[in-house]
Design a protein around this ligand. Structure first.
Ligand code: ADP
Ligand code: MG
Length: 557
């Protein structure tokens, strides 16, 4: 037989292994969830590929995951008859981390000692978590459809390197053997394994069996330990909260509970089931440009693809979940999906569904909605520009801070702002600035403070841009207070002061200021708007605000 070859882990893998073993130890049982989820993915992939190439099944289409325990050797074996891996895939998948941004993520982790566990949980630790409990891991795998002598053995003790060897493997799929560390013998107990599986993997669609021993007949038998029914196909009323939460974790690899979810079966013209979740914590890479998001797509219970992004607009990219369509063909491709009327309709429906889920959350619990807003508010703020059709719904979900709010927390809705308005106030006033502090201390606010009129204080980078798309809310127009505006003059009885009403001294003064400033300004005027600050820069009503001008010049325009 061929000699084994030695390979080195990518440096990120080494770093991750080290971090994981130390920070996830308190939750070490998750390795089993990860391995079962990989096996179930591999089976999903085989089912999908064999739609067009049935021979891939190799006459074994009875898909299953099997776990066996060898107490004498202290090993735990997890095997599946899924798609398997080629030698090249084994090297790529089990020796590197393909996710972009991993390096900077790991570096940032080093600094956040107290949040490590939480952050690494969001990262999705995957296969490497087997090293939390194992001193050695050995993987035997063969790609479906390949020859028996094209199997691959991968072995490592999780330190710096791994070995690869060509082997004979008669059955397709992957078999993973964990050589447990001495102190991890608890995972050699059948009851313990059964417990973990039913905790994390009850609702994966593939049956999971454990090898058990019948004392009476002195024989081994395979005992099925999960329900193996897709959760989303079950009637809502018979699913417990805990089951949704566990399913969410299984689906997303997120260790945190979801904040809220919405499970719907739609019949009629279009037939589909959707199960959407709002996470409690933003994914570690949500701000990466190539962050994978989107929904998992099934067609009539058959897994088709992950991360399909076209079912939701970009500003809802934090939503996780799945859709199971009965209208699409099984052999649908990404390309065909892209310009498909069904996709378009689904996107409309799922967008509405997501927005109402958020609206309901905001009505049901201020506290939970605030968690949502703090995590994802900045993303939702992209909504007004992206989705004109749902503008008023999105606006209703936005949260702001204001003069009267008197702290930096964005927790006031536009509805609240309007309900606090004086009957004489026609518009919704706002100011944009670089920071909450500079918004709050802006001289533009002096008059509003004096007159007791509330002003929204906007200081997120995206706000200025968003306000270009927020024109009105419930019939009230938005007005930047750093712009010339007649509604304000009316409100303050601040008439525009005409030049012929001014004394010579003041006229001379204004003229002098104007000469000094030259073409830096259009005009210099006297105002009654200010109470403490001597002067303020204002833009014309039809011009961009000074904050916008700053953004443009920062962008080099
Ligand atoms: P993820 O599942 O998030 O991709 P993992 O670390 O869990 O990350 O797995 C890495 C990759 O290794 C998988 O994407 C898959 O390609 C491959 N893999 C792992 N386990 C199996 C398996 N049982 N069968 C086939 N491929 C597998
Ligand atoms: Mg995985």
């Amino acid at each position: 037989t061929e000699k084994k070859e030695v390979y080195h882990f990518q440096s990120e893998v080494k770093q991750l292994l080290h971090l994981m073993i130390h920070s996830l130890y308190s939750n070490k049982e998750i390795f089993l969830r990860e391995l079962i989820s990989n096996a179930s993915d591999a089976i999903d992939k085989l089912r999908f590929e064999s739609i067009s190439l049935p021979t891939l099944y190799e006459n074994d289409s009875n898909m299953k995951i099997q776990i066996s325990i060898n107490k004498a050797q202290k090993t735990l074996i997890i095997s599946d008859n899924g798609i398997g891996m080629t030698r090249q895939e084994t090297i790529e998948n089990l020796g590197t981390i393909a996710k972009s941004g991993t390096k900077s993520f790991l570096e940032s982790l080093e600094k956040k000692e107290n949040q490590k566990n939480e952050l690494i949980g969001q990262f999705g630790v995957g296969f490497y978590s087997s090293f939390i409990v194992s001193e050695k891991v050995s993987v035997r795998t063969r790609f479906a459809g390949a020859k028996n002598n094209e199997g691959t053995l991968w072995e490592s003790s999780g330190e710096g390197e791994y070995n690869i060897k060509n082997i004979i493997k008669k059955t397709k799929g992957t078999e993973i053997t964990l050589f447990l560390k001495k102190e991890e013998e608890e995972f050699l107990e059948i009851w313990r394994i059964k417990n973990i599986i039913s905790k994390y993997s009850d609702h994966i669609t593939v049956p999971v069996y454990i090898q058990n021993y019948d004392e009476k007949n002195k024989t081994y038998f395979w005992e099925q330990i999960n329900k193996a029914q897709a959760l989303w196909t079950i009637n809502k009323s018979s699913i417990k909260e805990e089951e949704y939460k566990d399913f969410y974790k299984h689906l997303t690899n997120d260790q945190n509970d979801p904040l809220v979810w919405s499970h719907n079966r739609v019949e009629g013209n279009q037939e589909y089931i959707s199960l959407l979740f709002v996470p409690e914590k933003a994914a570690w890479d949500i701000w990466n440009r190539d962050n994978k998001h989107g929904l998992k797509l099934y067609v009539k219970r058959v897994y088709i693809m992950d991360n399909y992004q076209e079912f939701l607009p970009n500003y809802l990219r934090f939503i996780r979940g799945l859709i199971d369509s009965s209208d699409l063909p099984l052999n649908i491709s990404r390309e065909i999906l892209q310009d498909n009327a069904i996709t378009e309709n689904l996107k409309k429906a799922l967008t509405k569904r997501s927005l109402s889920m958020l609206e309901k959350l905001s009505k049901d619990s201020d506290e939970k909605y605030q968690i949502f807003w703090n995590q994802f508010g900045l993303i939702l703020k992209e909504g007004p520009a992206e989705d004109h059709e749902n503008l008023s719904k999105i606006a209703n979900l936005l949260r702001f801070t204001s003069i009267k709010n008197n702290n930096h927390k964005q927790n006031m809705s536009l509805k609240t702002y309007i309900s606090n308005m004086d009957s004489k106030q026609e518009k919704i006033y706002y100011i944009t600035a670089d920071s909450y502090k500079s918004a709050k201390n802006s001289p533009h606010l002096e008059l509003f403070n004096k007159k007791n009129i509330d002003v929204l204080l906007l200081s997120d980078r995206i706000d200025e841009w968003m306000m270009n798309y927020l024109i009105e809310f419930e019939g009230k127009k938005f007005q930047s207070i750093s712009k010339e505006d007649s509604s304000l003059n009316k409100l303050t009885e601040d008439k525009k002061i005409k030049n012929n009403e001014l004394s010579i001294e003041i006229l001379e003064f204004l003229k002098k200021v104007k000469t000094i400033l030259g073409d830096k300004v259009k005009d210099v005027r006297l105002t009654n708007r200010l109470t403490e600050t001597p002067c303020v820069v204002l833009s014309d009503s039809n011009e961009m605000t000074t904050q916008m001008a700053k953004l443009f010049s920062a962008a080099g325009q």
